[in-house]
Structures are given as structure tokens and as C-alpha cells.
Design a protein around this ligand. Sequence first.
Ligand code: THU
Length: 131
Amino acid sequence: MLSAEQLVEHALAARQRAYAPYSHYPVGAALLTADNVVILGCNVENASYGASICAERVALTAAVAQGKHAFMAMAVATQNGGSPCGICRQVMAELGPAMVIYISDEAGHFRTTSVAELLPDSFTQANLVRP
Ligand code: THU
């Protein structure tokens, strides 16, 4: 299995591909699947700001499109070690609730957390089951 450091390196590389002409805040994500495949994401912004998508969701949705549904970890890289946004946390809780999350700055210094820690008491499919 890939090390945390290796996954962070992938996220840093993905960050180089970000399309962030409006915020100038490039973000890279690297998702590690249970079968040891790395799937990359970067933020892709739009002149209609609300049409922008975060790096984490690009990686997770691309993974689903590739038939991947089991995830071990995700590394996220920003300039200053910024934390994933609320919408991305919700998507992480949906698709990879057991993931370990590495949050890195541009120098590769990272901290380790989890989806459960980032989004405790989340709304899930369990809430949609009728009594
Ligand atoms: N962004 C991400 O890609 N992931 C996050 O979790 C936080 C924010 C992006 C969205 C936008 O392109 C830029 O960072 C500034 O908000």
C-alpha cells in the first residue's frame, strides 16, 4: 500500500493541474482506492462561480465513474493546509466514510484526520430509511 507521504505527493502534483483563475487558490486531491489505485482531482473553477467544483469531489466522482466504490484514504493539498469544505465533507461521508484524510500544505507538511472527525453526526442514507 502507498504511504501517506506518497499520497500527499500525488495530491501536490494534482494541485499543479488546478484551474483556479478566479480564487488563485489551487487545490489538489489524491484518492487511494481499496485496490491500491490513485485517482486525482483538482479544483475546476468557472466564470459563473457557483459552477466551480472542488478537488475532493472531482476525485471522488471520477473514481465512481471508473467503477471504484471502496476508498482507503484521501490527501488534499493547498497552499496553506486548508481544510476540506462542508460540501466535500458530506460527499466524503457518502462515498468514503472510513477514509483517512491527509491535509497538506504546499511544502508537503500534513496532518492526519478522518471523515468521522471532519463531519461528526453526518446525515447519511440510514436517515432515509422509512420506519
Ligand atoms: N476548494 C477545494 O477545491 N476544496 C475545498 O475543500 C475547499 C475549496 C476550492 C474551491 C475554489 O476553487 C477554491 O478552492 C477557493 O474556494
